[in-house]
Design a protein around this ligand. Structure first.
Ligand code: SF4
Length: 245
């Protein structure tokens, strides 16, 4: 840890700290994050609604904050259009990390349609491995996870330790609802992925994203027909110290 980082993982009382952070507004949470982690703070986003609400606040707290996205090479045209719109609106450059393998190299190595045959391997190549580059040298990363997104996310703390990548993981809107996020987007006319207007509720790669099968489960359009529910970036969630006893 650099001297600018005021937290040391082994010394943190996560239960107490999460209790304190739950009391803060989003802006105050992000101010605390910027003060605590300094330049070693990064937002990693795939431009989902929650990530955009966070970004809208974060650039006001620190216009120089580092924002990174992982371009799997399989994103929707609407997602690339949103990416450009966000850069224009906020006057920022979003850093991009890409998989080591191009889609063509992946096909040569693994065969066609890896996402259909072995989606965990495909996600590992195109998301989990690039994520290491996205957070390299950082002390904390900001995610757009919310507890109401799925049963695998319903224990998400505002701050936890990401043992896979060895840094703090911040989910400042973990306790917001989907409705609250969309209320904010509409109230402040924030950009969003136009696929939401077509009924998509959670948007990832083009090969693995459909409108939700269950209207009450916003992530049920991801990897439809499979047991898979997460790409691997946010797994495991539960071993993070939960914020509630
Ligand atoms: S979401 Fe689908 S296409 Fe994208 S990396 Fe995972 S398996 Fe591959």
């Amino acid at each position: 840890m650099s001297p600018s980082t005021r937290l040391l993982h082994s010394n943190v009382d996560y239960v107490a700290l999460n209790r304190q952070l739950e009391e803060l507004t989003l802006t105050d949470f992000l101010r605390w994050s910027v003060v605590t982690f300094g330049e070693r703070l990064v937002q990693v986003t795939s431009f989902g609604p929650t990530g955009i609400v966070i970004l809208d606040h974060l650039v006001k707290v620190n216009p120089d904050v580092r924002v990174v996205t992982i371009d799997t090479g399989f994103l929707f045209p609407e997602t690339y259009a949103l990416w450009e719109e966000i850069e224009r609106r906020y006057g920022i450059q979003i850093h991009v990390v890409r998989p080591e393998l191009t889609p063509q190299e992946q096909e040569r190595l693994y065969g066609p349609a890896l996402w259909a045959l072995e989606p965990d391997v495909c996600c590992h190549e195109r998301k989990v491995k690039p994520m290491a580059a996205a957070v390299a040298g950082q002390h904390a990363w900001i995610t757009g996870l919310r507890r109401d997104q799925s049963t695998t996310r319903n224990q998400t703390p505002l701050i936890g330790w990401d043992a896979r990548y060895n840094l703090f993981k911040l989910s400042p809107l973990a306790h917001w609802t989907r409705e609250a996020v969309w209320d904010y987007i509409r109230a402040y006319n924030l950009p969003y992925n136009r696929l939401h207007d077509l009924g998509y509720t959670s948007i990832g790669c083009i090969h693995c994203t459909r409108p939700p099968a269950d209207a009450n489960d916003e992530r049920s359009g991801r990897w439809q027909g499979r047991m898979k529910t997460e790409c691997g970036l946010h797994w495991p969630v539960r071993p993070f110290t939960p914020c509630r006893e």
